[in-house]
Design a protein around this ligand. Structure first.
Ligand SMILES: [Zn+2]
Ligand SMILES: [Zn+2]
Length: 630
């Protein structure tokens, strides 16, 4: 086996000079004229499964060696992701020799992680306890629960994945995007099945969410059950929970729940969440009423609704055009899972659309968030070659706006309305319902607590603020404060004393988010991110100096290259002074030295130039000194 740590410490493989840092920059000639501080070709390939076990070496190498194994009879719970954010959900349950991992999600990069593809939970604790992991159990097929699966599996010893059919199909699609990684081993379970992993018996129940085959997980322990429903809302209308839903939860009427961990996403929303069935009625009403062409933008992940829209189209004898890769993929998966079988000619290719009168066509598209490259946004900006909007079209935005996307959604709506189309969003007053959340609101949440009547409670899925609100609500309905733990990512929570006490250990499992950036994965990429933020804000300033090793003098005036900092042609004075400063700084350092220390000189140059540029411009570009000695 190759001894390698590249998958866990990719940072060391990168060329990441610091302005006043450790002088890690090697004077590579090819770099001098390069715009990119990172050489993408030199990235390590995908970590193979067996490459990630650099931690099974000497115990001193283990980053979690200070965390003792749980005492016999102790139940350990570690939320590794999803409790300081909405997204990248993952929780580990450790009892005796067995660890069960629940979900392995991701979230997409945001303005705090420029250039990063996406972020997954930290796997170090699990990497160092691979031999104890008995399985990864997944609640449902959304990316915040399955998006991290391929990389997480490859790092934790590729344990078997357990979930229901649709969830596993979606997870396999996700896995297929990573052909370099080992194959996923999976076992389909059904919601009324009981399985045994290690010494632990696990059962499931069906929950209502925006995607079929969502399930809750029940892990039996000698002191009662550990229960988590995954994402859920209640199947109810005006607060009356449906019979079939009551049936799913019947198990809890007589069960003994030691610990409940549940979703806090919608803890701020009063009442019950809007029933999806009301949205189905609303969409049907609108589709019946509108006489022109209809374009519906929805989340591809909202599979229940996609199925309903296809069904409505068939009922009203309309054709469906599917736009957007994730929308197409998910529709394929729905068919593959046997959840729906559209008639042969219901779904038509976009090229055939104009063969039908406008009122016979529904375009089902992604892009409800105004994503720049989505079909709908390109249509809004008149750059979509496949279809153009026309007067008489109606756009239904069947989605809420994800926080952070407000501005791009507004820009898209402006573009749409310039083209004389009608827009119906979930906020359009007087309109039928076109969107409902997939997560339970306050009343759904209360109902669930009362139904499951847990002893201990850990709020999950949410930012810290949401978790605190969820704690308040739990106390309101009678759970004592001492029975509730509000966790952080990596908190090590233990139930001890024969299931009578819950507390948090002082040690923490590593929890810094693991950034997936091109082909590298790691939790030590803060330096890279900081560089990108500096580059984005103030650009870069490269200094190339050619040193005569014999005399210690520069062979010529140093070269200066900058990007995104100031316009050099209009800053001749600044450049001239900088050149002089660099020359003086270097020659002062080399004076009287037989073997000048290039790394040290680079640090001093970076420091001096940074200070000078800041004094002159109040900007802090990334300063990269390249000193070649010949
Ligand atoms: Zn979900
Ligand atoms: Zn979720």
């Amino acid at each position: 086996m190759e001894p390698t740590t590249q998958s866990t410490q990719p940072e060391k493989k990168h060329f990441t000079p610091r302005p006043a840092g450790t002088g890690a920059a090697k004077p590579k000639r090819s770099f001098a004229g390069s715009r990119r501080p990172h050489d993408r070709q030199r990235r390590p390939a995908w970590p193979k499964a067996d490459m990630a076990d650099g931690f099974n070496e000497a115990p001193s190498e283990r980053k979690t060696a200070h965390i003792p194994d749980p005492e016999p009879g102790t139940i350990r719970i570690i939320p590794l992701g999803g409790v300081e954010e909405i997204g990248k959900n993952m929780t580990a349950i450790e009892i005796g020799d067995d660890i069960i991992v629940i979900d392995a999600g991701m979230f997409f990069s945001n303005e705090n992680t420029p250039g990063i593809d996406y972020v997954i939970p930290n796997t170090r604790y699990l990497e160092e306890r691979k031999d104890k992991i008995r399985g990864l159990v997944i609640t449902h097929g959304h990316l915040d629960h399955i998006g991290g699966v391929p990389i997480v599996l490859s790092r934790i010893g590729n344990p078997t994945v357990y979930s229901r059919n649709l969830t596993l199909l979606l997870t396999q699609k996700r896995q297929a995007e990573f052909p370099h990684l080992p194959r996923m081993n999976s076992v389909v379970v059904e919601k009324d099945q009981v399985i045994t992993l290690g010494k632990l018996r696990i059962r499931f129940w069906g929950v209502t969410h925006t995607i079929p085959d969502s399930m809750g997980i029940i892990i039996e322990t000698p002191y009662g059950d550990i229960v988590t429903p995954g994402d859920y809302k209640l199947d109810q209308i005006d607060g009356v929970v449906s019979e079939s839903e009551e049936k799913e939860y019947k198990f809890f009427d007589t069960s003994n729940t030691l610990l409940l961990m549940t979703d806090s996403t919608n803890i701020e929303n009063e009442g019950f969440s809007l029933a999806e069935s009301k949205v189905h009625i609303g969409l049907e009403n609108i589709i019946r009423r509108i006489t022109g062409r209809i374009i519906i933008a929805a989340f591809a992940s909202h599979i229940t609704r996609l199925m309903k829209i296809v069904q409505i189209a068939e009922m009203l004898d309309k054709k469906i055009v599917i736009e957007g890769r994730s929308m197409k993929t998910n529709l394929d998966v729905i068919v593959q899972a046997g959840l729906m079988k559209p008639k042969k000619d219901t779904v038509i290719p976009i090229e055939d659309m104009d063969k039908y009168p406008p009122h016979k066509v529904i375009i089902l598209s992604t892009g409800g968030q105004g994503e720049p490259f989505s079909a709908l946004n390109r249509a809004a900006m008149k750059t979509n070659k496949k279809f153009a909007l026309k007067k008489g079209d109606t756009i239904i935005l069947s989605a809420s706006i994800v926080p952070g996307n407000e501005r791009q959604v507004q820009a898209m709506k402006d573009g749409l309305s310039r083209q004389g189309v009608k827009i119906i969003s979930y906020r359009t007053p007087g309109e039928d319902f076109v969107h409902a959340t997939g997560h339970g609101n306050k009343e759904d949440i209360k109902w669930l607590h009362r139904k499951i009547h847990e002893k201990f409670f850990i709020p999950i899925h949410g930012n810290h603020y949401h978790l605190e609100l969820h704690k308040e609500l739990a106390m309101e309905i009678g759970i004592p404060e001492s029975n509730i733990v509000v966790p952080d990512n990596g908190s090590i929570i233990e139930i001890t004393d024969n299931g009578t006490k819950i507390g948090v250990r002082k040690e923490k499992a590593p929890a810094s988010p693991m950034m997936v950036d091109g082909f590298s994965v790691g939790d030590e990429q803060n330096v890279v991110i900081r560089d990108r933020q500096m580059l984005a804000e103030d650009g870069m300033f490269v200094v190339v100096a050619l040193l005569d090793a014999r005399t210690g003098l520069l062979k010529k005036s140093p070269d200066i290259i900058s990007r995104g900092f100031v316009y050099l042609k209009e800053s001749q004075e600044l450049v001239r002074h900088a050149r002089g400063l660099i020359k003086r700084t270097i020659e002062q350092e080399t004076k009287g030295q037989a073997q000048p220390n290039i790394d040290q000189i680079k640090n001093i140059v970076a420091d001096t130039v940074s200070k000078y540029l800041f004094q002159q411009t109040a900007k802090r570009p990334l300063v990269l000194p390249v000193i070649l000695s010949a």
